[in-house]
Unconditional design. Structure first.
Lengths: 268, 255
């Protein structure tokens, strides 16, 4: 049996759960199914508002599913297991804490802030190249550096699952490439299992073992693309024909291009 | 250096201008002291009656601070309750906002009937005026906690107490302090209102009795003492703010 299994998960937001009143119930997620193994990196790729973030929140146990089954490591998920790392689109650091105290926040909540935790925080900050900034305040760092702190915070308690919700979406292209490589390195060194929400086709292909392409609302898994490019990966894999073929396949599944379109089809 | 000079120079120039206009009005209008004393008479009254100004000021200051603290002690837990409970919020928040527009001065005579003319009624009036900004701002602060931080805490199965102490309250602290500053300036006004309505001590009482005896220089001196008291109370809140500066959001970069 797979480490994580999502079967026919469906989410309907009733009008009461929605912010604007008087709306019809919204089907945010329809029969999403997939499986993943320990140590895999799975991307959820899809248009904005397609429900991929909703699926991530359901997997985190933050919101209840309407129907379907959801198991991770043999446990049914209906509420947070306390065993996740979460990285959001914005760094969401606490401005009143230093960098290292931000990283240690999960350990405080789990009541495990001890010497070992301190050591691990220092190691993680070293891993992301921020040792020199451990006493700094978040606002003294650039956006990319803040997101690296958020990454350390997500990893400090050695979570079974790392959930990332468009974590690099707000960064500039070059910083984003750097962060992609950093994430791959961290995964290699920590063996973390990662679920990664993104709307960048090339980011999804570059990072993942498997890309799940979501259709527009109601979201369902339109295509599952296995990325057999092997690891470690460097930026040069982007120029392999196999990489381009995978990007093309994802683009077709998203409806960006019609299947089998020639370079100038439909253009004048 | 030049900037520092202008920072002190311009306010000084403004004060001088006002003093000159004041003196000119007294001279040219040939106004009697009872109507408008010249600045030097006010200063003389302030120095000569400093002992009474200080002792009455101390009473007003105590009313202000105690009433303010009372408003904090009652307002903060109530704000926490309202921010965290949807039923409580729906029940009381609109009511509180509506009550905020009631002129509290109008309540002062009723408070006197209930609590008498001693310090209790002054504390009640100060509490009334200081309570609303504290509870409204604190509630707003607690409710504006970034959603991501709350989700992070929930994903770690944080207890409600942990969420409050480690996430909600520190995030709301700037709002609490803003509310406290408004509350403190209102608290001074509340104390004087209380003394005006019925009292036998305090700067408000001194001001009333001075004007009734046509001792206008003393009334002006009392007014001056009141503004000093207001500034001093405000600075106390600012001092607390500096103590907890670590928890405040960073100032925007200066250019």
């Amino acid at each position: 049996m797979a480490f994580g299994s999502v079967k026919n998960v469906r989410k309907v937001f009733s009008s009461g759960e929605l912010k604007s009143s008087g709306d019809e119930p919204v089907v945010a997620l329809d029969n999403a199914s997939f499986e993943f193994e320990q140590g895999e990196l799975i991307s959820f790729l899809g248009p904005s508002g397609c429900g991929k973030t909703t699926l991530l929140r359901i997997i985190a146990g933050l919101i209840p599913k309407t129907s379907g089954s959801l198991q991770i490591g043999g446990r049914d998920i209906s509420e947070p297991l306390g065993d996740y790392g979460f990285v959001f689109q914005s760094p969401s650091l606490m401005h009143w804490r230093s960098v290292v105290d931000n990283v240690l926040f999960p350990m405080e909540i789990l009541r495990r802030r001890d010497a070992a935790a301190q050591r691990r925080a220092a190691e993680l900050l070293d891993l992301v190249g921020l040792s020199a900034f451990s006493k700094a305040r978040p606002h003294q760092l650039s956006g990319g550096m803040q997101q690296r702190v958020a990454l350390c915070r997500a990893l400090i308690h050695q979570p079974a699952l790392l959930l990332m919700d468009e974590p690099f979406g707000a960064l500039d292209e070059l910083t984003r490439l750097e962060m992609n490589d950093l994430l791959l390195r961290i995964r290699r060194e920590t063996g973390a299992t990662v679920l990664f929400v993104t709307h960048s086709i090339s980011e999804a292909v570059y990072l993942s073992d498997k890309v799940l392409v979501f259709s527009k609302r109601p979201a369902r898994v339109a295509r599952e693309i296995a990325v057999d490019l092997g690891y470690p990966r460097g930026q040069q894999v982007r120029f392999l024909p196999a990489f381009t073929a995978l990007e093309r396949s994802a683009s077709e599944a998203l409806g960006v291009i019609p299947p089998g379109a020639e370079p100038r089809d439909g253009l004048r | 250096m030049k900037r520092n000079l202008s920072r002190i120079g311009y306010p000084l120039a403004g004060i001088t201008l006002i003093l000159v206009v004041w003196v000119l009005i007294c001279w040219l209008g040939n106004l009697p002291t009872v109507v408008l004393p010249t600045p030097d008479k006010v200063v003389r009254a302030f120095v000569a009656r400093f002992d009474i100004l200080f002792s009455e000021g101390w009473i007003t200051f105590k009313e202000t601070i105690y009433g303010f603290l009372l408003a904090m002690v009652i307002g903060l837990p109530m704000a926490v309750a309202i921010a965290n409970s949807r039923p409580l919020n729906l029940m009381f928040y609109p009511l509180l906002v509506a009550l905020q527009s009631v002129p509290k001065v109008a309540l002062a005579p009723i408070v006197m009937i209930w609590l008498g003319t001693g310090i209790e009624s002054k504390l009640a009036i100060v509490w009334l005026v200081a309570f609303f900004p504290i509870i409204v701002d604190t509630t707003a602060g607690l409710r504006s906690t970034p959603r991501e931080l709350l989700e992070l805490a929930h994903s770690l199965r944080a207890t409600p107490m942990q969420i409050f102490l480690k996430v909600q309250f520190p995030a709301a602290l700037p709002f609490v302090l803003t509310g406290a500053k408004v509350a403190m300036t209102l608290a001074v006004i509340g104390a004087v209102i209380g003394e005006f309505v019925s009292s036998s001590e305090g700067l408000g009482f001194l001001l009333l009795s001075a004007t009734s005896q046509l001792d206008t220089p003393l009334a002006f001196a009392a007014l001056f003492a009141l503004s000093l008291l207001g500034v001093f109370s405000y600075l106390l809140v600012e001092a607390v703010e500096m103590l907890v500066a670590d928890w405040l959001p960073p100032m925007p970069e200066k250019h």
